[in-house]
Design a protein around this ligand. Structure first.
Ligand SMILES: Nc1nc2c(c(=O)[nH]1)N[C@H]1C(S)=C(S)[C@@H](COP(=O)(O)O)O[C@H]1N2
Ligand SMILES: [Mo]
Length: 328
């Protein structure tokens, strides 16, 4: 996902902080919003106060009622909330990793609807609060691997996308599903900055979309998604590179042909439609054999990348007979 700088695998990025326990993070947040509420503005002047006080909507605040999921990945250290919310790719909010957190405050996530069109029995529009209640929300821990060769372990909240697809009543002619993200320049300053074909578009083959691991995602760490992580609703496909996991979805289209996708359109030789995590297929500009685990100690940061990001037992059968070097 490198469009402004060339040949940049980011050795000079800010080193993400070591794991911050959530309690510490939340206490600091409470302290900061407390300080704002207590009238810091009057004491130090509005300019400094606005720098000190984070915009209220930037961070997840609403606790969600969740149940544990048998599909969680266990035995891995979770990435800190701080890193998950301050090291982001969300080009609509800016191209640098810290931009989404900085610019997320302008995004409005209510009211919000997701409209369904294409090969369906009937067009429909779901209100976000209806979607939230459609099925029990599960805590699902997944490894998450970006095509830029870094990774995290994130405790998402959501339910299988297949549950939502059932409510959409797609026709048998629907072979693919396309996700379209919000693209409002008044809320998203990055739209002018990055020369991509907006709105952000991603897609899956229908059997990939129906796989139980594919998560319709509303939260992380037990709370609603922070805007910079794709509030109020996104998808997460844990065996594919991160860019397949479209954020802030406003439209879902059921289609009979492979849909246009943003990164594939931008650089088809670098970003394939399938984009299954595959350590044997290098990105044209860097190796995919290893990955840098965000937040790990610098001595343990680089680790081998696993085929299908470690989810091969569950998903490899979706690709039997396919050449995954050609269909990268
Ligand atoms: N709408 C939209 N969705 C997006 C992106 C984006 O720029 N816009 N970036 C993708 C990429 S490249 C990655 S790695 C993940 C990052 O998700 P995270 O910031 O929550 O970790 O979001 C994906 N979804
Ligand atoms: Mo990514």
């Amino acid at each position: 996902m490198l469009i402004r700088k060339t040949n940049d695998i980011q050795p000079l990025e800010i080193t993400p902080s070591e794991i911050t326990p959530k309690s510490v993070y939340l206490n600091r947040r409470a302290f900061m919003s407390g300080a704002a509420a207590a009238g810091t503005a009057a004491l130090v002047g509005p300019r400094i106060a606005s720098l000190l006080a984070p915009a209220a909507s930037v961070h997840a605040d609403t606790k969600l009622t969740t149940v544990p999921s048998p599909l969680s990945t266990t035995g891995e250290q979770l990435t800190s909330l701080q890193d998950i919310t301050h090291y982001n790719n969300f080009y609509e909010l800016g191209v640098d990793k810290g931009d989404p957190a900085r610019n997320a405050g302008r995004m409005k996530t209510r009211p919000w609807t997701v409209s369904i069109e294409g090969q369906v029995k009937a067009k429909k529009t779901f209100d976000i609060d209806t979607l939230l209640k459609l099925r029990p929300l599960e805590d699902r821990i997944y490894r998450f691997r970006c095509v830029e060769a870094w990774s995290m372990v994130i405790p998402w909240v959501g339910y299988s996308l297949s549950e939502f697809i059932k409510e959409c009543d797609p026709l048998p002619s629907a072979k693919y599903i396309q996700f379209l993200s919000l693209a409002d320049p008044n809320q998203m300053p990055g739209l002018r900055e990055a020369n991509l074909d907006w709105p952000y578009s991603e897609g899956l083959r229908m059997d990939e979309a129906m796989h139980p691991l594919t998560l319709l995602t509303f939260g992380l760490y037990g709370e609603t998604l922070p805007n910079q992580d794709g509030a109020p609703v996104r998808v997460v496909i844990p065996w594919k590179y991160g860019f397949k996991s479209a954020k802030s979805i406003v439209k879902v289209r059921f289609v009979d042909k492979q849909p246009h996708t943003t990164w594939n359109e931008m650089a088809p030789n670098e970003y394939g439609f399938y984009s299954n995590v595959n350590p044997d297929v290098d990105h044209p500009r860097w190796s995919q054999k290893t990955e840098r685990r965000i937040g790990a100690s610098i001595f343990k940061q680089r680790q081998p990348t696993l085929m299908f990001n470690g989810y091969g037992d569950q998903v490899a059968k979706l690709y039997t007979g396919m050449d995954l070097r050609k269909n990268f």
